[in-house]
Design a protein around this ligand. Structure first.
Ligand code: FMN
Length: 342
C-alpha cells in the first residue's frame, strides 16, 4: 500500500530512467534491505522447489535486465526472490541506445524499452559479484549475451565460478545482431561451445512467437536445437518487439501485464512438445500469485518477473507468495510439486 500509494506516485513524477536509477542507487545499500528482509520475508516450505539440482525457496525469479551489472545482489536477495537472473552482461562495456529508451504505461502495468544492453562489461560484473557479502544470497543465474560465439564463451567462462547457472539471451529485440542465433545451426554451434566451456546449468532465453502455425514451427525448431545441443532448458520469453516513435531508435520491447496470455500459451506449447524432460521458465506478464500458479499449470518450472517489481515495489514477492499460497489452498494443493501441467 505504502509503495503504490506514495512511493510509486513520487517515482512516477520522475522520468522513467531517473526513477530506475534512483531505485538502483537505493538497492546498492545493503543494510536497510537486510532489516526489511528480516521482517518481510516469509518462510514458506510449501513453495520450495528445485531446477537443475539448485534448491529454490520459491519458483519466483527476477528476470534479466534489472541488475545489469550484478551490483544489487545482496539487497535483491533480501526481497525474497527464489532466484535472481543478473545481467545481461556483455564482454566489453557499452553505453546502449540513445535516450529516450524507457517508457511507462501505468494504466496497463507495462513498460516499453529500447535499452540496447547498457553494460559495464564482464570484468565489472565479476568484481561486483565477488564483492557481495550476504550469507543469504539467492541462487544467481548470469544472463549473458553477445553477437559472436567467442565473446559469449569468454563471458560464460569468466562468470561460471561465481554463479549457479547461465541464461543466454538470444532474444533481446534491441540488438539486431542476436538474430544470428535465430538460425538453429548457428545456435547449436554456440550452445555446444558453451557446453564445452562450463558444466553449469544452461538456459536459453528465446524470443516470443505468435500463434501462427509457421511461427510455432520456427520456435519449436529453435528450442529443439537448444536442447539437442546441450542446454538444460528455455526461458519463454523476452519482451515483445514493437515500433514506437517515442523511443529514440523508433522500436523496442514491450513488457508487463499485457504479455501474460501469450506467455502461458507459449509455455504450454513448449511443454506439450518436450514433455517433462526440460526446464521451462515462464517470463512475460507475471504480476500475481495467480499468474505464477497458471504458469506452473501451463508447464513452467519457474516464473520470472521484471515489470511487476517496478509497479508492485519491494514487497512484490511477499504479496505474490501470499497470493500463490491462497490459490494453492483453494485448489487443495499442499506443495509446488503437486501443481501438474494440464
Ligand atoms: C528496462 C528493461 C530492461 C531489460 N533488459 C533485459 C536484459 O538486459 N536482458 C534480458 O534478457 N531481458 C531484459 N529485459 C526483459 C525482461 O527480462 C523480461 O523478459 C520482460 O520484461 C518480460 O517480463 P515482465 O513482463 O515480467 O517484465 C528487460 C526489460 C526491461 C523492462
Amino acid at each position: 500500500m505504502l509503495y503504490r500509494d506514495l512511493i510509486l506516485k513520487l517515482l512516477l513524477l520522475l522520468p522513467p530512467e531517473t526513477a530506475q536509477n534512483l531505485a538502483e542507487t537505493a538497492l546498492r545499500y545493503k543494510a536497510p534491505w537486510v532489516l526489511l528482509g528480516k521482517y518481510n520475508n516469509m518462510d514458506t516450505p510449501e513453495l520450495n522447489t528445485k531446477i537443475c539440482e539448485i534448491s529454490l525457496s520459491s519458483p519466483i525469479g527476477l528476470a534479466a535486465g534489472f541488475d545489469k551489472d550484478f551490483r544489487m545482489l545482496d539487497s535483491l536477495s533480501e526481497l525474497d526472490f527464489g532466484y535472481i537472473t543478473a545481467g545481461t552482461v556483455i564482454l566489453n562495456p557499452q553505453q546502449g541506445h540513445p535516450k529516450p529508451r524507457l517508457i511507462r504505461d501505468v494504466t496497463r502495468n507495462s513498460l516499453l524499452n529500447s535499452m540496447g544492453f547498457p553494460s559495464k562489461g564482464l570484468e565489472f560484473a565479476i568484481e561486483s559479484i565477488k564483492s557481495m557479502s550476504s550469507s543469504r544470497l539467492s541462487p544467481i543465474f548470469g544472463s549473458i549475451s553477445g553477437t559472436d560465439i567467442n565473446s559469449i564463451q569468454i563471458s560464460c567462462a569468466g562468470l561460471s565460478p561465481f554463479i549457479s547457472g547461465i541464461e543466454i539471451n538470444i532474444s533481446s529485440p534491441n540488438t539486431s545482431g542476436l538474430k544470428t542465433f535465430h538460425d538453429p545451426v548457428k545456435l547449436s554451434e554456440m550452445i555446444k561451445t558453451i557446453r564445452d566451456t562450463t558444466d553449469k546449468p544452461l538456459i536459453i532465453k528465446l524470443p516470443p512467437h505468435s500463434n501462427e502455425t509457421n511461427e510455432i514451427d520456427v520456435a519449436l525448431k529453435l528450442a529443439d536445437s537448444c536442447i539437442s545441443s546441450g542446454a538444460d532448458g528455455i526461458t519463454v520469453s523476452n519482451s515483445r518487439p514493437v515500433k514506437d516513435s517515442r523511443l529514440a531508435v523508433g522500436e523496442g520491447g514491450l513488457s508487463g501485464a499485457l504479455l501474460i496470455q501469450s506467455t502461458l500459451r507459449m509455455v504450454s506449447s513448449f511443454r506439450s512438445y518436450f514433455g517433462s524432460g526440460i526446464i521451462i521458465n515462464a517470463c512475460g506478464g507475471i504480476f500475481t500469485g495467480d499468474d505464477v500458479f497458471n504458469a506452473l499449470l501451463a508447464g513452467a518450472n519457474t516464473a520470472q518477473l521484471y515489470t511487476a517489481l517496478v509497479y508492485r515495489g519491494p514487497f512484490a514477492i511477499r504479496h505474490i507468495k501470499k497470493e500463490l499460497l491462497t490459490r494453492m489452498r483453494i485448489e487443495g494443493i499442499k506443495k509446488i510439486s503437486e501443481i501438474k501441467f494440464n
